[in-house]
Design a protein around this ligand. Structure first.
Ligand SMILES: O=C(O)CCC(=O)C(=O)O
Ligand SMILES: [Fe+2]
Length: 224
């Protein structure tokens, strides 16, 4: 089954990614791929854990979400484990980042499932441990007014930048993806605000030779 439609000409995208630290990849998932991942996420959700707390090491930003860590996903989902290591995908990421992109060895955070499903659910401000996040949208709010927007301020690593001029809020649809320079770009997901709205993503973390170990314990707080 073909799960991804990889852009055939990554060269023009490279400069955009380098400049903003963010690159939208609309329709990265094929229809079949989205359907299969939707089914898979639905099955995995039964094993996921509700999280409601503030992350101390990220300025006490809120986490109101349901998560499943990479160690469970590796055991339960051949589809996701295989997709994470797809050679075409790794080649695309290497072309976009211009440095050899490697799978993360750390089992908890290398691929995670994040589900926002109640009004007020949010994935608060943070930076990630590893340099690259590829976020795949399995479910998304229909309208940008429903919340669940990715927010970041290009080139800014400080969490306060999210409340300053230049911050961007972006809506994505199911089947879309984006690539983020997630260790150097503070980011968050704005609260859902309409009952019945769901936002489910897979976050695939990737690294490079010089970033082998996690920078914080935040992933363990959220996923272990
Ligand atoms: O859901 C998103 O768009 C961002 C996910 C994220 O920041 C993370 O999993 O670290
Ligand atoms: Fe993140």
């Amino acid at each position: 089954m073909l799960v991804l439609t990889l852009p055939s000409r990554p060269a023009p995208l490279r400069a955009r990614f380098a400049e903003a630290g963010y690159l939208p990849l609309p329709d990265l998932l094929t229809r079949q791929g989205l359907k299969a991942l939707h089914q898979e996420a639905g099955r995995l959700e039964a094993a996921a854990t509700r999280r409601d707390f503030h992350m101390e090491c990220m300025e006490n930003s809120p986490r109101h979400m349901t998560t499943l860590g990479g160690h469970h996903i590796a055991q339960e989902s051949a589809l996701i484990s295989t997709l994470y290591r797809d050679t075409g995908l790794l080649a695309l990421l290497t072309a976009l980042h211009e440095v050899d992109v490697l799978p993360v060895q750390e089992p908890v955070e290398r691929h995670v499932l994040n589900i926002l499903h109640n009004p007020g659910d949010t994935h608060g401000a943070h930076t990630d441990d590893f340099p690259l996040a590829l976020v795949l949208f399995i479910e998304a709010p229909e309208a940008s007014t429903d919340g669940g927007l990715l927010e970041f301020n290009p080139g800014r690593r400080d969490l306060g930048a999210l409340n300053e001029p230049g911050a961007r809020q972006l809506h994505h649809q199911a089947g879309d993806a984006y690539l983020l320079r997630s260790d150097l770009t503070a980011h968050r997901v704005t609260p859902l605000n309409r009952p019945g709205t769901r936002r489910t993503v897979l976050n695939f973390a990737y690294t490079t030779e010089d970033h082998r170990t996690p920078a914080t314990n935040s992933a363990h707080r959220l996923y272990a």
